[in-house]
Design a protein around this ligand. Sequence first.
Ligand code: ADP
Length: 362
Amino acid sequence: MTKTMAKERGIHSAEQIVESFSRCTRNGFVASDLEGKITYFSKSMEDITGWFEIEVLGKDVSTIYSLPEAVIDATDNSGALPQPGVVYKRDGKKVTYPARRTTICSEDSSEIDGYLTLFVTNIGDVDRAQAEFTSTVSHELRTPITSIKGFASTLLDHRSKLDEEKRKKYIRIIREQAIRLSSLVEDLLSVSRLESRKIKISKQKVDIQAAIERTALVVQSKYNDSHKINITEKSKLPSVWADPDRVEQIFTNLIENAIKYSPEAEHIDIEVSPDTLDGVEMIKTDIIDFGIGIAEEDQERIFNKFGRLDNPLTRETEGTGLGLYITKSLAEIMSGEVRVSSEANKTIFSVYLPTNLEQEEN
Ligand code: ADP
């Protein structure tokens, strides 16, 4: 069709084009006015979030997404690299996509009327996971850094006005936050080594009972013997074929979690027994606590990176949300597995490690 023929049939309006564009791309668009109220919500945003346009029109954009400050501060960042934006879905879940924002101008282009935010949703899972990871890591690092900066500045600027008690308290907070920062960096390094397969694993015969006893003692003293740990071995068991340091890393994390998430309980049970997994001979170690429990629908995502649950105890308990991801990955690298089952006030983390006599003999 020639241009003249197109003209004869009438020119498409901007709305028609936007509407069709929105239908044929999987990227999501949200337009908002200068007060941050939603004025347009694309079909793909409906698909991603589960909200219908009719429900969100006029609502504040913060109910649907949040953007990094760098995106909000720039009037127009359409030319810049996309930054991770968090989209809140109807089911309460959050998902991160690279986001960009540009201005919407008045018809005569003299004034800014609002903003159009683009969420790049047609990226692959790997890119999305990367965006999510960057966003969460920046957030997790920012919290302790802000607190260290704040208390260090107060100490420097108002030292003479603070009594000894306050000074000590602030210094203690700085130390705690520095420890939190360093354990986060350690965990991130473990994640990076695991994912790039650069983690060193040197397998040998490991006496699981002895490894558990050693780990339990160390963890117990870290938590001032808050819980008694009862270890039962079903029978005399063969050694497992694994890396002894990694085995202790696995048990340290699981016993620490059992203590952290059962503050009211007085004891933790550990049961070691022979078992099989997919026909392979294993030693199964159950770490059993009598704490808050984990709802069935949350049992998968606690093994994700930063998969912390939204409950009061988790909020007030120190943690990076990387422990279980590292624990499960380590067990898998050693041909084992970590599983969870939980009912009201009883949680069992089961660690499977192979006895694998064949390799032992080599
Ligand atoms: P964290 O550093 O937060 O402890 P983990 O990866 O070890 O990270 O655990 C992920 C989340 O799983 C925790 O934040 C907590 O919400 C939940 N969780 C882990 N272990 C237990 C447990 N024994 N009982 C109840 N919840 C648990």
